[in-house]
Design a protein around this ligand. Structure first.
Ligand code: UD1
Length: 424
């Protein structure tokens, strides 16, 4: 429940990246010895992954954002179905378990509902590496005595497929070349982690990655890098409220596309070595065009939050979503708050309005939910965002982070009752 209209002010440290931690946790199953990870964010998706690792037999502890995984006790390669359904990223376990143990069984994945999100690139790549794959009653069973290096070319630079295949290749026999690979910062981070375990990888972060398989991976200690989507969301929160926020533990170079677009709206963005600062302006300007694209393009995960900002900009902005086919679910909710948006297939035309008004809205997925929170922070009156469990999948206690910056926001089960008033 958000009482809008308060500009955000202050300094915040950004937590570790969910999208880095998830594949790295999956990769930990390939290690012979203990893996220690720090700054692992306290998020629902992370806890699902930790439960999956426990379900496989690994010993796992989580304390103060530090995860210790002991993979020596893994005795199963059957990913528990009820957990797999909760999180699409469980498919990351296919490559590592198959490569390390020669077999894996997963059910078809769940996760955010933002389009069909197939896994054909993952399966095709593994098959090219020699895996036998059987699709039976909603389960995928893969086996291989040892995966063989292969030349794999992805039809699209899929983040998950690049990560899955890079992990599979790390313990395969011979050399694997992944062409048209994704170049997201999380790919680079996974490669650095695997290298610390003993893998041999070149080109991560570029469009061709070469992996020379090794016989074993040992142990590693790794600090998860900052979450660029959380960073972007908080920068937009500062901008949409006309506040002044300084974020620490960030990598400005990973957010060039977002910072460029923020500046086009007229807000001031200052970048230091590991700091980003946003100073909101009195009036926001529309943006001619934003088009989501694989990295280094504008990230699809920040499309919805950025649209919340554009609803209040002077003029009409055009937002095109090219990565996922069904990622405009926030539009109808933003309209409930007074936004003027027209959608034509995968393009939204956002005509800035003078004011948003608080309303009861529903988070339909993770980033759409974040967009509604941002809109609520800027709106007049009270906004109630329901189904916040979506938001908890990717933002650590979002209400606490925003409160540290002065926002008037509480988590409550009592829809409709002003807990803000109760709290004073
Ligand atoms: C990852 C991120 C997610 C982000 C997305 C795009 C994680 C845990 N999640 O998701 O936050 O929004 O990258 O930056 O890191 N595709 C296929 N076949 C496949 C795989 C993908 O057609 O086998 C298509 C998808 O439908 C989509 C596009 O490729 O249209 C990109 O998807 P992908 O990069 O794989 O996204 P994820 O790895 O699922």
């Amino acid at each position: 429940m958000i009482e809008g209209g308060t500009p955000l002010f202050g300094t915040l440290r950004v937590h570790g990246a969910k999208n880095s931690a998830l594949p790295i946790l999956a990769a930990a199953t390939m290690a012979r010895e203990q893996v220690v990870l720090t700054d692992v964010p306290d998020l629902e998706d992370i806890h699902v992954m930790l439960d999956i690792l426990r379900g496989l037999g690994a010993q796992v502890s989580y304390q103060r954002r530090t995860v210790v995984v002991n993979p020596r006790t893994i005795h199963s390669t059957d990913v528990p179905e009820h957990l797999m359904r909760l999180m699409r990223s469980s498919i990351f376990l296919m490559g590592p378990l198959l490569s390390r143990f020669g077999t894996v069984r997963v059910s078809k994945p769940g996760g955010c509902t933002i389009g069909s999100r197939p896994i054909d690139f993952h399966l095709k790549g593994l098959a090219q590496m020699g895996a036998q794959i059987v699709d039976r009653h909603g389960f995928i069973e893969c086996s291989a005595s040892r995966l063989q290096g292969a030349q794999v070319f992805l039809d699209l630079p899929s983040v998950g497929a690049t990560e899955n295949l890079m992990m599979a290749a790390a313990l395969a026999e011979g050399e694997t070349v992944i062409g048209n690979a994704a170049r997201e910062p999380e790919i680079r981070e996974l490669a650095l982690f695997l290298t610390q375990l003993g893998a041999r990888i070149r080109g991560a972060g570029e469009d061709t990655i070469v992996i020379r398989g090794v016989d074993r991976l040992d142990s590693a200690e790794w600090g998860i890098g900052p979450d660029r989507v959380v960073t972007g969301t908080l920068l937009i929160a500062a901008a949409v409220t006309g506040g002044h926020v300084r974020l620490q533990n960030v990598r400005p170079g990973d957010l060039t596309a977002v910072v460029t677009k923020l500046r086009e709206t007229g807000v001031q963005v200052l970048a230091g070595h590991d700091i980003l600062e946003v100073k909101g302006s009195g009036s926001l300007q529309a943006i001619e065009r934003i088009q989501t694209a694989p990295y280094p393009g504008f990230p699809t995960d920040l499309q919805a939050p950025f649209m919340a900002l554009l609803t209040l900009a002077n003029g009409t902005s055009v937002v095109s979503e090219t990565v996922f086919e069904d990622r405009f679910k926030h539009v109808s909710e933003l309209q409930r708050m007074g936004a003027s948006i027209k959608v034509d297939l995968r393009t939204a035309f956002v005509r800035g309005v003078h004011e948003l008004t608080g309303a009861a809205v529903e988070a339909t997925d993770l980033r759409a939910g974040a967009a509604l929170v941002l809109a609520g922070l800027a709106a007049s009156g009270t906004t109630v965002v329901e189904r916040v469990f979506h938001i908890d999948r990717g933002y650590e206690n979002i209400e606490l982070q925003l409160r540290e910056l002065g926002a008037r926001v509480v988590r409550t089960r009592q829809a409709g009752v002003s807990v803000l008033q109760a709290e004073g």
